[in-house]
Design a protein around this ligand. Structure first.
Ligand code: ADP
Ligand code: MG
Length: 240
Protein backbone atom coordinates (compact mmCIF):
# COMPACT_ATOMS: atom_id res chain seq x y z
CA UNK A 1 0.00 0.00 0.00
CA UNK A 2 2.89 2.33 0.78
CA UNK A 3 6.39 2.16 -0.64
CA UNK A 4 8.97 4.74 0.37
CA UNK A 5 12.46 4.63 -1.11
CA UNK A 6 15.34 6.73 0.12
CA UNK A 7 13.19 9.71 1.04
CA UNK A 8 15.06 12.92 1.77
CA UNK A 9 13.44 16.13 2.93
CA UNK A 10 15.21 19.40 3.65
CA UNK A 11 13.92 22.74 4.80
CA UNK A 12 16.43 25.15 3.31
CA UNK A 13 19.87 23.97 4.37
CA UNK A 14 18.51 21.74 7.09
CA UNK A 15 18.04 18.09 6.20
CA UNK A 16 15.18 16.68 8.28
CA UNK A 17 14.63 13.26 6.65
CA UNK A 18 17.92 11.60 5.76
CA UNK A 19 17.00 8.67 3.54
CA UNK A 20 13.91 6.88 4.83
CA UNK A 21 12.86 3.62 3.20
CA UNK A 22 9.78 1.73 4.33
CA UNK A 23 7.13 -0.59 2.94
CA UNK A 24 3.70 -0.86 4.48
CA UNK A 25 1.32 -3.59 3.42
CA UNK A 26 -2.41 -3.32 2.94
CA UNK A 27 -4.25 -3.68 6.29
CA UNK A 28 -1.05 -3.25 8.24
CA UNK A 29 -0.96 -1.00 11.31
CA UNK A 30 2.44 0.64 11.64
CA UNK A 31 3.27 2.72 14.68
CA UNK A 32 6.05 5.31 14.51
CA UNK A 33 7.78 6.27 17.72
CA UNK A 34 10.76 8.48 18.42
CA UNK A 35 11.89 11.61 20.20
CA UNK A 36 10.49 15.04 19.49
CA UNK A 37 12.11 16.63 16.45
CA UNK A 38 13.11 13.31 14.89
CA UNK A 39 11.03 13.95 11.75
CA UNK A 40 7.91 11.86 12.42
CA UNK A 41 5.43 14.58 11.48
CA UNK A 42 7.47 15.60 8.46
CA UNK A 43 7.45 11.98 7.29
CA UNK A 44 3.64 11.71 7.60
CA UNK A 45 3.18 15.07 5.88
CA UNK A 46 5.33 13.85 2.99
CA UNK A 47 3.14 10.75 2.71
CA UNK A 48 0.04 12.76 1.89
CA UNK A 49 1.71 15.44 -0.12
CA UNK A 50 1.50 18.22 2.49
CA UNK A 51 5.27 18.60 2.14
CA UNK A 52 7.15 18.44 -1.10
CA UNK A 53 9.92 15.86 -0.95
CA UNK A 54 13.52 16.79 -1.76
CA UNK A 55 14.43 13.43 -3.29
CA UNK A 56 13.41 9.80 -3.18
CA UNK A 57 10.25 8.00 -4.12
CA UNK A 58 6.85 7.61 -2.48
CA UNK A 59 4.18 5.31 -3.87
CA UNK A 60 0.91 5.20 -2.00
CA UNK A 61 -2.36 3.45 -2.80
CA UNK A 62 -1.14 2.75 -6.33
CA UNK A 63 -0.09 6.33 -7.11
CA UNK A 64 3.41 7.70 -7.31
CA UNK A 65 3.34 10.82 -5.21
CA UNK A 66 6.77 11.95 -6.30
CA UNK A 67 5.79 11.83 -9.98
CA UNK A 68 4.99 15.41 -11.03
CA UNK A 69 2.16 14.07 -13.21
CA UNK A 70 0.31 12.67 -10.19
CA UNK A 71 -2.86 14.51 -9.22
CA UNK A 72 -2.15 15.37 -5.58
CA UNK A 73 -5.81 16.07 -4.82
CA UNK A 74 -6.82 12.63 -6.02
CA UNK A 75 -4.03 11.11 -3.95
CA UNK A 76 -5.18 12.96 -0.83
CA UNK A 77 -8.65 11.46 -1.20
CA UNK A 78 -7.03 8.06 -0.76
CA UNK A 79 -5.01 9.14 2.25
CA UNK A 80 -6.93 10.36 5.30
CA UNK A 81 -5.11 12.26 7.99
CA UNK A 82 -5.82 13.13 11.62
CA UNK A 83 -3.71 15.65 13.48
CA UNK A 84 -3.00 16.42 17.11
CA UNK A 85 -5.12 19.56 16.73
CA UNK A 86 -8.37 18.29 15.26
CA UNK A 87 -8.68 21.13 12.70
CA UNK A 88 -12.47 20.95 12.46
CA UNK A 89 -14.27 23.85 10.77
CA UNK A 90 -15.53 25.81 13.76
CA UNK A 91 -18.34 27.62 11.94
CA UNK A 92 -19.80 24.37 10.55
CA UNK A 93 -21.92 21.80 12.39
CA UNK A 94 -20.61 18.30 12.97
CA UNK A 95 -22.80 17.09 10.10
CA UNK A 96 -21.45 19.80 7.78
CA UNK A 97 -17.87 19.07 8.82
CA UNK A 98 -18.29 15.45 7.76
CA UNK A 99 -20.32 15.99 4.59
CA UNK A 100 -18.39 18.91 3.09
CA UNK A 101 -15.70 16.64 1.57
CA UNK A 102 -18.07 14.08 0.05
CA UNK A 103 -20.33 16.84 -1.35
CA UNK A 104 -17.69 19.28 -2.62
CA UNK A 105 -14.88 16.94 -3.62
CA UNK A 106 -16.54 13.59 -4.34
CA UNK A 107 -19.68 15.31 -5.79
CA UNK A 108 -22.03 13.05 -3.83
CA UNK A 109 -25.59 14.12 -3.12
CA UNK A 110 -26.40 15.81 0.17
CA UNK A 111 -28.73 13.02 1.26
CA UNK A 112 -26.22 10.27 0.48
CA UNK A 113 -23.47 12.21 2.27
CA UNK A 114 -25.66 12.76 5.32
CA UNK A 115 -26.59 9.11 5.49
CA UNK A 116 -22.92 8.18 5.40
CA UNK A 117 -22.14 10.82 8.05
CA UNK A 118 -24.79 9.41 10.38
CA UNK A 119 -23.35 5.91 9.97
CA UNK A 120 -19.85 7.22 10.69
CA UNK A 121 -21.01 9.16 13.74
CA UNK A 122 -22.61 6.00 15.08
CA UNK A 123 -19.37 4.14 14.46
CA UNK A 124 -17.32 6.67 16.46
CA UNK A 125 -19.93 6.77 19.24
CA UNK A 126 -21.33 10.23 18.49
CA UNK A 127 -24.82 9.46 17.27
CA UNK A 128 -27.02 12.50 17.93
CA UNK A 129 -24.28 15.17 17.71
CA UNK A 130 -25.08 16.04 14.07
CA UNK A 131 -26.29 19.57 14.79
CA UNK A 132 -23.73 20.56 17.41
CA UNK A 133 -20.78 22.81 16.66
CA UNK A 134 -17.21 21.64 17.37
CA UNK A 135 -16.73 23.86 20.43
CA UNK A 136 -19.79 22.26 22.04
CA UNK A 137 -17.92 18.94 22.08
CA UNK A 138 -15.08 17.71 24.29
CA UNK A 139 -11.61 17.26 22.81
CA UNK A 140 -12.07 13.50 22.62
CA UNK A 141 -15.39 13.92 20.84
CA UNK A 142 -13.89 16.44 18.41
CA UNK A 143 -11.07 14.08 17.57
CA UNK A 144 -13.59 11.31 16.89
CA UNK A 145 -15.44 13.69 14.55
CA UNK A 146 -12.13 14.39 12.82
CA UNK A 147 -11.68 10.64 12.30
CA UNK A 148 -15.25 10.33 10.96
CA UNK A 149 -14.61 13.26 8.63
CA UNK A 150 -11.49 11.60 7.25
CA UNK A 151 -13.32 8.27 6.83
CA UNK A 152 -16.13 9.98 4.89
CA UNK A 153 -13.70 10.32 1.99
CA UNK A 154 -13.33 6.51 1.93
CA UNK A 155 -9.54 6.61 2.20
CA UNK A 156 -7.39 3.56 1.54
CA UNK A 157 -4.86 4.62 4.17
CA UNK A 158 -5.25 6.59 7.40
CA UNK A 159 -2.38 8.61 8.86
CA UNK A 160 -2.54 9.72 12.49
CA UNK A 161 -0.12 12.28 13.92
CA UNK A 162 -0.25 12.11 17.72
CA UNK A 163 -4.05 12.02 17.71
CA UNK A 164 -4.31 11.84 21.50
CA UNK A 165 -1.48 14.19 22.53
CA UNK A 166 -3.72 17.25 22.93
CA UNK A 167 -6.38 15.42 24.95
CA UNK A 168 -7.05 15.30 28.65
CA UNK A 169 -6.06 11.86 29.93
CA UNK A 170 -9.63 10.65 30.46
CA UNK A 171 -10.38 11.19 26.75
CA UNK A 172 -7.43 9.30 25.35
CA UNK A 173 -9.09 5.89 25.65
CA UNK A 174 -12.20 6.75 23.64
CA UNK A 175 -10.09 7.90 20.68
CA UNK A 176 -7.75 4.91 20.87
CA UNK A 177 -10.81 2.62 20.94
CA UNK A 178 -12.09 4.10 17.68
CA UNK A 179 -8.64 3.61 16.16
CA UNK A 180 -8.50 0.05 17.42
CA UNK A 181 -11.89 -0.70 15.80
CA UNK A 182 -10.63 0.77 12.55
CA UNK A 183 -7.53 -1.43 12.70
CA UNK A 184 -9.68 -4.49 13.37
CA UNK A 185 -11.76 -3.68 10.30
CA UNK A 186 -8.61 -3.89 8.21
CA UNK A 187 -7.78 -0.24 7.61
CA UNK A 188 -4.16 0.38 6.65
CA UNK A 189 -2.85 2.79 9.28
CA UNK A 190 0.32 4.71 10.06
CA UNK A 191 0.18 6.10 13.57
CA UNK A 192 2.65 8.44 15.25
CA UNK A 193 1.99 8.14 18.97
CA UNK A 194 3.48 8.15 22.43
CA UNK A 195 0.84 5.64 23.54
CA UNK A 196 3.10 2.63 23.95
CA UNK A 197 0.21 0.44 25.14
CA UNK A 198 -1.59 1.07 21.86
CA UNK A 199 1.61 0.44 19.89
CA UNK A 200 2.09 -2.91 21.58
CA UNK A 201 -1.48 -4.05 21.36
CA UNK A 202 -2.66 -2.75 17.98
CA UNK A 203 0.57 -2.24 16.02
CA UNK A 204 1.71 -4.96 13.65
CA UNK A 205 5.05 -3.23 13.34
CA UNK A 206 6.87 -0.42 15.12
CA UNK A 207 9.30 1.99 13.47
CA UNK A 208 11.71 3.93 15.63
CA UNK A 209 12.90 7.24 14.17
CA UNK A 210 15.68 9.43 15.49
CA UNK A 211 17.47 12.40 13.94
CA UNK A 212 15.82 11.98 10.54
CA UNK A 213 16.72 8.29 10.24
CA UNK A 214 14.62 5.18 10.54
CA UNK A 215 16.88 3.62 13.14
CA UNK A 216 15.12 0.34 13.80
CA UNK A 217 11.91 -1.49 12.98
CA UNK A 218 10.31 -4.69 14.14
CA UNK A 219 7.31 -6.25 15.76
CA UNK A 220 6.13 -4.62 18.98
CA UNK A 221 7.59 -7.60 20.84
CA UNK A 222 11.00 -7.03 19.17
CA UNK A 223 11.11 -3.29 19.67
CA UNK A 224 9.76 -3.16 23.20
CA UNK A 225 11.18 -6.45 24.44
CA UNK A 226 14.48 -6.66 22.68
CA UNK A 227 15.55 -3.40 21.00
CA UNK A 228 18.86 -3.81 19.17
CA UNK A 229 20.01 -0.25 18.69
CA UNK A 230 21.42 1.87 21.51
CA UNK A 231 19.27 4.85 20.51
CA UNK A 232 16.10 2.75 20.64
CA UNK A 233 17.10 1.39 24.02
CA UNK A 234 17.76 4.79 25.53
CA UNK A 235 14.53 6.27 24.11
CA UNK A 236 12.46 3.40 25.48
CA UNK A 237 14.20 3.65 28.84
CA UNK A 238 12.89 7.21 29.07
CA UNK A 239 9.31 6.60 27.95
CA UNK A 240 8.44 3.17 29.37
P1 ADP B 1 8.59 15.24 15.18
O1 ADP B 1 7.20 15.14 14.62
O2 ADP B 1 9.30 13.92 15.24
O3 ADP B 1 8.61 15.91 16.50
P2 ADP B 1 9.01 17.12 13.04
O4 ADP B 1 8.87 16.37 11.77
O5 ADP B 1 7.86 17.96 13.47
O6 ADP B 1 9.45 16.12 14.20
O7 ADP B 1 10.26 18.09 12.95
C1 ADP B 1 11.54 17.64 12.65
C2 ADP B 1 12.44 18.83 12.51
O8 ADP B 1 12.07 19.57 11.37
C3 ADP B 1 12.39 19.78 13.68
O9 ADP B 1 13.71 20.18 13.96
C4 ADP B 1 11.57 20.93 13.16
O10 ADP B 1 11.97 22.13 13.75
C5 ADP B 1 11.90 20.92 11.68
N1 ADP B 1 10.81 21.44 10.85
C6 ADP B 1 9.57 20.94 10.75
N2 ADP B 1 8.81 21.65 9.90
C7 ADP B 1 9.60 22.65 9.44
C8 ADP B 1 9.42 23.74 8.52
N3 ADP B 1 8.26 23.93 7.89
N4 ADP B 1 10.48 24.57 8.32
C9 ADP B 1 11.65 24.38 8.94
N5 ADP B 1 11.90 23.37 9.80
C10 ADP B 1 10.90 22.52 10.06
MG1 MG C 1 5.38 15.64 15.40
Amino acid sequence: MINVENLHKSFGELEILKGISAQIASQEVVVIIGPSGSGKSTFLRCLNGLEETTSGKIEIAGMELTDPKTNINQLRQNVGMCFQQFNLFKHLTIMENITIGPIKVLKKSKSESEELARDLLKKVGLHGKENNYPDQLSGGQQQRVAIARALAMKPKVMLFDEPTSALDPEMVGEVLNVMRDLANEGMTMVVVTHEMGFAREVGNRVLFMDGGYLVEEGTPADIFGNPKEKRTQSFLAKVL
